[in-house]
Ligand binder design. Structure first.
Ligand SMILES: *Cc1c(COP(=O)(O)O)cnc(C)c1O
Ligand SMILES: [Zn+2]
Length: 454
């Protein structure tokens, strides 16, 4: 893939094709597998939730990702997430009441959607007998890997992070869960490059999103969305785009459900980049890159990356989880955009942080990258691409407490903090800033401050 027919056995440890060099894709022989007659069959598992695999929001859907023997599955109850209808956020986005849903993946054990994929990759690593697992990470992948290693004690976690940008919320998790943490002088793409070299040389199992099993686990986010909507396909799925694992997995999920006759229509997919890390937006919307029946025009990509390198342009955004120069799942994402009639947009850090404040003010909260979905939905509404009566699901990829520094900097308008993270660019506007009221330690002054501000 793309346009390559080489196949490998599920027991092989490799992430790219020996013939064409592209990433591998998991393909099932559905004809020889027990496929459920209807999606509603999965609901029945809830009555057996005392069994760990029926309880897991990922492995409940085992029949749709049957790549490992049941006995090898490593689950810690991931995927107990919520599809929350929010009229407050619907109003902000410009949708009719009842039409906006937030898929809150911050409820996962490590606080981000990454656990959906990690349980699957970790299971595969366990299946083939790995003793160490590695990843490069902007923070959430490493937190998730470290958690699975810490809980199961089946493997040692080796995580690679870049210097500087990782949020303390995420770094603290890796350290606390006991991962061997290698911090290299460079950014995410540098860390990614090195972890691939090291894992080949040292025989360490790699769980980055180039790992195709991660995407299998992430498909279940869409299964849970459908389940919460009583199996009615929404009109739009809106998701932040970083390495494009989620968007790729979502497209694959709907494609397979459609192939199996379990859904009768496809939703549309909107992938939202940060304006400071907008490779997909530039390639797809500005330069016309398309899946093209499995033969994307590689010269468009190569030229873009050459220009990026010549200009020494590096991704820069407050949304560190999507601060990616070269998204590893680009091809698979093009396939998803094709089969879900997709669009790509970019939103500024200001738009993202304002959207994040609205998500927070309406009760859930998320990290900056997650709010790209809400900011993107608002933009698509304003452009008339999304209609007010369409049903829209925005994916909130990570928990609010992953990056409290960004939240406090926004609400206090702390330019020093923005400048530290973003260089001179800063964040100029904070439309929904909620500053702490400074007051003397004096009863009358305190009462006055409360009455003036409430
Ligand atoms: C990893 C991550 C993303 C990016 O997802 P991709 O699948 O790499 O596109 C977005 N938000 C959060 C919180 C993440 O951890
Ligand atoms: Zn190939």
């Amino acid at each position: 893939m793309p346009g390559c027919a080489a196949t490998y056995d599920v027991g092989e440890v490799r992430t790219s094709c020996a013939k064409c060099g592209s990433l591998l894709d998991i393909d099932y022989d559905w004809d020889s597998l027990p496929v459920p007659n209807s999606l509603a069959d999965f609901e029945a598992k809830w009555s057996r939730r005392n069994e760990p695999l029926a309880f897991s929001g990922v492995w409940r859907f085992y029949d749709l990702l049957p790549f490992a023997p049941l006995a090898k599955i490593v689950s810690i109850g991931e995927g107990q997430t919520l599809l929350h209808p929010s009229n407050g956020v619907a109003k902000f986005v410009g949708l009719n009441e009842g039409n906006l849903f937030l898929q809150y993946e911050g409820m996962n054990p490590s606080g981000s959607f990454k656990d959906n994929g990690m349980t699957a990759a970790f299971t595969h690593a366990h299946t083939i007998g790995a003793s160490r697992a590695a990843c490069a990470s902007t923070g959430n992948t490493s937190a998730s890997l470290a958690l699975y290693c810490g809980v199961s004690k089946l493997m040692q976690a080796v995580i690679f992070i870049g210097s500087g940008k990782i949020s303390y919320g995420k770094l603290s998790q890796a350290l606390d869960y006991g991962a061997l943490t290698i911090q290299i002088a460079g950014d995410f793409d540098d860390a990614m490059h090195r972890v691939q070299q090291v894992s080949v040389k040292q025989g360490i199992y790699l769980v980055n999103s180039i790992n195709p099993f991660r995407l299998e686990g992430q498909k279940t986010i869409m299964f849970r969305v459908l389940e919460a909507l009583r199996w009615r396909v929404p009109d739009w799925i809106v998701v932040p785009g970083g390495n494009l694992g989620n968007s790729s997995a979502f497209g694959k999920a709907f494609h397979e459900l459609h192939q199996l006759g379990l859904i009768d229509r496809m939703p549309r997919l909107a992938v939202i980049n940060a304006a400071g890390a907008d490779t997909l937006y530039q390639l797809y919307e500005k330069r016309g890159l398309r899946w093209n029946g499995g033969r994307p025009d590689a010269s468009i990509i190569n030229n873009y990356y050459a220009e990026m390198d010549d200009a020494n342009r590096r991704a820069s955004t407050i949304a560190s989880a999507i601060e990616i120069n070269r998204p590893v799942n680009l091809y698979k994402c093009l396939r998803a955009l094709e089969c879900c009639h997709g669009v790509v947009r970019e939103v500024t850090d200001e738009q993202m942080l304002d959207a994040k404040a609205q998500v927070g003010a309406n009760g859930l909260g998320c990290e900056p990258a997650s709010a790209a979905s809400v900011a993107g939905a608002k933009m698509l509404r304003e452009q008339g691409v999304i209609a007010p009566d369409e049903r829209v699901v925005c994916i909130l990829t990570g928990h609010q407490l992953k990056d409290p520094t960004a939240t406090v900097a926004y609400h206090t308008h702390d330019q020093n903090e923005f400048n530290r993270v973003l260089g001179s660019r800063g964040v100029n506007r904070a439309a929904f800033a909620n500053r702490a009221v400074q007051v003397e330690n004096n009863l009358e002054e305190i009462i006055r401050a409360i009455e003036l501000n409430s």
